[in-house]
Write a protein that binds this ligand. Structure first.
Ligand code: CO
Ligand code: CO
Length: 325
């Protein structure tokens, strides 16, 4: 998608457009007044799990996440639906929409409408509008040399959902990955906003390393990640060893091959987990070590699997991500 967006003409003539498509940010930010800016984003996709109610929750948590990643509060949402009622049944669609509505309510936002089209392959997602202060939102740009990086959810979701599709995942795997994806990034956002966040994004299609790279590039820094500190869903490395890897994950790995430097003992399956294209991943934030220590402690106390996974360092002629054990 980022590759296609690059061909759009720049929008810089509007001084109220604070974040557009320049740095692969999570959402657009548009200033309405000196105190108020609008955050706009949308996301929709085909089912990632079999349970329609769970799918609805996941799609909503994923769409809402881009507002949290910008440091904003979601206010309203609109359903985006592709569905064939005659083929699949109205009760399935009702369950999907109920899942989405429940998550939107949990986020403190409200569904104001939506649009559906007849589509043989079901799709669901939401367009979400949030608000923030026009000078206090978080972007990909802003990570500073000496910052540490905090991640708030485990990775490996894409590999795990592929294992589900291939009938390889256990019931426990399915439950864990579903709950991980359906979890809102609200708590992470609410804790982070008590600190000075220099840059923030959420981990989705580009994978952990891809989103790290986008943040590092926009911020003009390098980053070092410590594999052993990165939270990962159980069994994902094993599935990766068996080549249960989504196409998007392999594409990320290839895209990043000249900018990510893996230590010799980081295996290829592990590299794929680190590049795994994720749905509804956690927030990745760059901040001082002192702030990070406090934020991580508070998040862990409320059962969010947040960890310090790396740090930002000086540019080395170009942007590189070093991955060490
Ligand atoms: Co995002
Ligand atoms: Co998105």
């Amino acid at each position: 998608m980022a590759q296609v967006l690059r061909h759009l003409p720049p929008n810089r003539e509007d001084k109220n457009l604070l974040v557009g498509i320049d740095y692969s940010d999570d959402a657009g930010v548009y200033r309405l007044t000196d105190e108020l800016a609008l955050i706009q984003t949308l996301d929709y996709f085909t089912p990632v799990v079999d349970d329609p109610y769970m799918f609805g929750q996941i799609a909503a948590a994923n769409a809402l996440s881009d507002v949290y990643a910008m440091g904003g509060t979601p206010i309203t949402a609109m359903n985006i639906v592709g569905f064939q009622v005659k083929k699949i049944g109205a009760h399935v669609l009702a369950d999907i929409l109920r899942g989405g509505a429940d998550k939107v309510r949990e986020a403190g936002a409200v569904i104001v409408g939506g649009h559906s089209i007849d589509d043989a392959e079901p799709k669901y997602g939401l367009s979400v509008t949030g608000i923030c202060h026009p000078e206090k939102f978080w972007a990909n740009k802003g990570a500073r040399v000496g910052d540490v990086l905090v991640l708030t959810k485990p990775i490996g979701v894409g590999i795990m959902t592929t294992a589900i599709k291939r009938g390889r995942a256990s019931a426990a795997d399915i439950e864990t990955v579903s709950n991980t994806m359906a979890m809102l990034n609200r708590q992470a956002y609410e804790v982070f906003k008590d600190y000075e966040i220099h840059a923030c994004t959420d981990i989705t299609g580009f994978g952990l390393l891809g989103h790290c790279y986008e943040m590092a590039k926009a911020s003009e820094v390098c980053m070092e990640l410590h594999v052993n500190r990165v939270p990962m869903l159980e069994n994902t490395v094993i599935y990766a060893e068996e080549d249960i890897i989504p196409g998007g994950t392999k594409a990320n790995h290839l895209w990043l091959e000249n900018v990510v430097r893996y230590a010799e003992n980081v295996s290829e399956p592990m590299q794929h987990v680190l590049c795994d294209a994720i749905t509804s991943g956690g927030l990745l934030a760059s901040m001082s070590f002192e702030d990070a220590e406090q934020a991580v402690r508070r998040l862990q106390e409320c059962h969010v699997d947040a960890r310090i996974i790396g740090e930002a360092s000086e540019l080395q002629g170009a942007t590189y991500i070093d991955v060490v054990l």
